[in-house]
Ligand binder design. Structure first.
Ligand SMILES: NC(=O)c1ccc[n+]([C@@H]2O[C@H](COP(=O)([O-])OP(=O)(O)OC[C@H]3O[C@@H](n4cnc5c(N)ncnc54)[C@H](OP(=O)(O)O)[C@@H]3O)[C@@H](O)[C@H]2O)c1
Length: 324
C-alpha cells in the first residue's frame, strides 16, 4: 500500500514494488498481518508530523516470518513481530508485504499469541500495558479506588480497560459513544460514563478527588479535567492527542495534591521493556475477551477504516491481513 501526494491531497493504492526499494537492515520479514493505529491513519492521509516524505507505506505494526537475516539471533522461518521505532513512520511499514528492519527492532512472537492475535494487541495494546505498568509502579493499589480510562472504546483505551479490570481494578470507562455500554462492560468496566462527565466545572482550579489513577488516551480538556480530579498522590498517564494536543492546566494539582503526570512513549520503548510487555500480554495480562476486541480486514479494505478512525468512530482494534 503506497501513499502518494497527488495534487492537493494524498491517494492510496496497492502497487507492485521490489525488495530493492526497501532500506538497508538486518532482517527481511514476510508480513502476514499488520494493524491500524491512530498514527497509521495520520500517515495514510499525509500527516508530515508522522511521515516526513512521500511516497510512503504506513503500518507501525507487523507480524510474519523471517525470510533473510544477517543477525545470528534470527533464522529464516522464525515468526516475529515488529512494532514502533520508525516502522511505518519513515521506514516502509507493515502495510507492505515485506519489510526490512534492524535486528534490534524484532521480537520473537511470544508463546500464546499468533501473528493475527499479536496484531490485535499491536502498538495500542503495548501502549495500554505500558500505561497500566506506570499506574501500578506508581503504587496504585486496588484499595485506592476507581481508575478512569478515557477514549475507552479506542484501541489503547479498550486494552487499558480490559487489562485493569483483569488485574482487579474498578474501572470507570469514559466514552463519547452512547451505544458503547455493553462493549465496555464486556471488557470488564465497572461503570461507563460520558466524556462530558469527566469535565466538571472548567472554571474551577480543582475538582473533588474522584480517581485513584487515570489512563488518558485523548489529551486536551479531558486530560486537564482528569488532572484536577485525581486523589492526593494519584497518577495520570498521558499517551494521546485525539481530542487536542494542547494541555491547559495550572500547577495546583501538582502542588496541592502531589499528583504525578507520566508520559507514555511506546514507539521508543526500550527493547527489554518491550520483551517484558509482550510476555505479560501473552501471559498474565492476556485479555480474556480478545476475540471480541478486534476485526480483521483485508489490506484492500483499510481505506474505510482510516476514515472511521479519524472521525473518532473506531471501536476496539482493526487487524490488517495481507493476501495469502
Ligand atoms: N504515546 C504512544 O506511545 C502512543 C501509542 C499508541 C497510541 N497513541 C495515541 O493514543 C491515542 C489513541 O490511539 P488509539 O490507537 O487508541 O486510537 P483510536 O482507536 O482511534 O481511539 C481513540 C478514541 O478516542 C476517543 N476520541 C476520538 N475523538 C475524540 C475527541 N475529539 N475527544 C475525545 N475523545 C475522542 C474515541 O473513543 P470514545 O468514543 O470511547 O471516547 C476514540 O475511539 C492517539 O492519539 C494515538 O496517537 C500514543
Amino acid at each position: 500500500m503506497v501513499v502518494r501526494e497527488s495534487g492537493e491531497g494524498f491517494v492510496r493504492a496497492i502497487e507492485e514494488r521490489s525488495t530493492g526499494d526497501l532500506p538497508d537492515g538486518d532482517v527481511l520479514v514476510r508480513v502476514r498481518y499488520s494493524s491500524l493505529n491512530y498514527k497509521d491513519a495520520l500517515s495514510a492521509t499525509g500527516n508530515r508530523g508522522v511521515t516526513r516524505r512521500y511516497p510512503h507505506t504506513p503500518g507501525i505494526d507487523a507480524a510474519g516470518e523471517v525470510v533473510e537475516s544477517s543477525a545470528p539471533e534470527f533464522q529464516p522461518g522464525d515468526v516475529v513481530t515488529v512494532t514502533g521505532y520508525d516502522l511505518g513512520m519513515n521506514v516502509p511499514g507493515g502495510w507492505g508485504e515485506i519489510i526490512r528492519v534492524p535486528a534490534d527492532w524484532v521480537v520473537p512472537l511470544p508463546e500464546g499469541l499468533t501473528p493475527e492475535t499479536s496484531m490485535a494487541v499491536g502498538t495500542a495494546g503495548l501502549t495500554a500495558a505500558l500505561s497500566v505498568l506506570e499506574v501500578t509502579n506508581a503504587g496504585t493499589t486496588l484499595d485506592r479506588g476507581d481508575v478512569l480510562v478515557t477514549g475507552a472504546t479506542g484501541g489503547v483505551g479498550s486494552f487499558a480497560v480490559a487489562i485493569l479490570a483483569q488485574a482487579g481494578f474498578c474501572v470507570i470507562a469514559a466514552t463519547g459513544k452512547p451505544d458503547a455500554n455493553s462493549f465496555l462492560m464486556d471488557l470488564g468496566a465497572t461503570e461507563v460514563i460520558g466524556r462530558e462527565d469527566v469535565d466538571g466545572d472548567p472554571a474551577r482550579p480543582m475538582l473533588s478527588g474522584r480517581w485513584a489513577a487515570v489512563v488518558d488516551t485523548v489529551g486536551g480538556p479531558i486530560l486537564a479535567a482528569a488532572l484536577k480530579s485525581v486523589q492526593p498522590r494519584g497518577v495520570v498517564t498521558c499517551c494521546g492527542l485525539v481530542a487536542d494536543p494542547e494541555l491547559h492546566t495550572t500547577v495546583y494539582p501538582f502542588i496541592l495534591r502531589g499528583i504525578r503526570l507520566i508520559g507514555v512513549d511506546c514507539a521508543e520503548c526500550p527493547i527489554e521493556i518491550r520483551h517484558d510487555l509482550w510476555t505479560m500480554l501473552a501471559g498474565g495480562w492476556r485479555v480474556d475477551g480478545l476475540a471480541g476486541m478486534y476485526r480483521t480486514v483485508a489490506l484492500e479494505d483499510v481505506d474505510a477504516e482510516v476514515g472511521r478512525m479519524l472521525e473518532g468512530k473506531s471501536r476496539g482494534r482493526v487487524v490488517v491481513k495481507h493476501r495469502e
